[in-house]
Design a protein around this ligand. Structure first.
Ligand code: HEC
Length: 273
């Protein structure tokens, strides 16, 4: 065989084996998967995303949520944790209630592209819609994660919300947050001691009246520094009177997508662990 032939056959072998291994065999194994339906009366699983959740997935992609959150639950055989006796055990994902079982390819039938993720800076979100079905919690957390968990290192997404003057009644969609989180959305706000002194001088009586309207049993002695500080702490946790924070269309869509994430809950015959 001359050298040209060796190179030709070598290249042919290299390319055809990777074509077989990366395309043909996976396609044979996974290409014909169908939704699972246990009996005729059950809904097939999985279901494609519906309504605004479809747009929500694009918001999830655009904001890089995938760089910190995976959507894949490991089997009982992986993921170490240590029990009370210091004994090493496996199945950490399922213990953390990130899913009832491992995820398998069928869970991702309608996900194109899939949002599997590789990093777990934050918790896995494969079943977040089951684990935390409260839309209000998700909005509060996305506006500023610190308002839900003071230690959170997740970035704020304040541009998914708008702060607007209330016209008429407060909107039903308005976030139920104290002014410490809403005066500057995405940040935590606290007046400086001088600003607070000024506020007390100018509007002290009104502030006290407003706070006492929502908590009539509280008492604040404004002649003492302690009373003033307690009033400040309390006032910061009450919502602003004239302004509200409401989700933008993107914010609503993203939360609809999060609530639609319900993988690893329906049993599948091939997901044994
Ligand atoms: C820089 C990394 C990072 C990015 C980017 C990020 N997160 Fe997070 N996320 C975290 C961390 C850390 C936590 C855990 C602390 C907390 O609850 O805030 C978390 C928690 C969460 C939780 C609560 C999970 C639970 O089990 O309670 C949800 C829901 C969530 N993130 C959604 C999102 C969405 C949606 C995006 C994109 C818009 C996003 N995250 C972007 C790091 C991140």
């Amino acid at each position: 065989m001359d050298r040209g032939m060796v190179i030709f056959l070598g290249a042919l072998f290299t390319f055809s084996s990777s074509w077989l291994g990366l395309i043909v065999f996976p396609f044979q194994q996974l290409g014909h998967e169908q939704p699972y339906q246990k009996s005729d009366s059950d809904d097939p699983y999985p279901q494609p995303l519906q309504g605004i959740a479809v747009a929500g997935k694009r918001v999830y992609q655009a904001n890089g949520c995938m760089y910190c959150h995976s959507q894949q639950v490991r089997s009982q055989r992986f993921g170490n944790w240590w029990d009370d006796n210091g004994e090493e055990r496996t199945g950490a994902d399922i213990k953390r209630s990130w899913g009832l079982r491992r995820t398998v390819s069928r869970d991702y039938l309608y996900d194109n592209p899939t949002m599997l993720g590789t990093m777990r800076t934050g918790p896995d979100l494969a079943n977040i819609g089951v684990r935390n079905p409260s839309a209000m919690w998700h909005h509060t957390h996305l506006l500023n994660p610190r308002s839900a968990n003071p230690w959170s290192i997740m970035p704020s997404f304040p541009y998914l919300y708008k702060r607007e003057k209330i016209v008429g009644d407060r909107s039903e969609k308005a976030l139920l947050l104290g002014r410490e989180w809403t005066v500057h959305p995405g940040y935590r706000w606290r007046p400086t001691p001088q600003q607070w002194d000024e506020l007390l001088r100018e509007r002290g009586a009104t502030i006290l009246r407003q706070v006492l309207a929502s908590a009539p049993t509280e008492t604040f002695d404004l002649t003492t520094a302690d009373g003033q500080k307690r009033l400040l702490d309390f006032w910061l946790t009450t919502p602003e009177e004239d302004y509200q924070i409401v989700p933008t269309a993107d914010g609503e869509a993203l939360v609809a997508y999060l609530l639609a994430l319900r993988k690893a809950e329906v049993p599948l015959p091939e997901a044994k662990e």
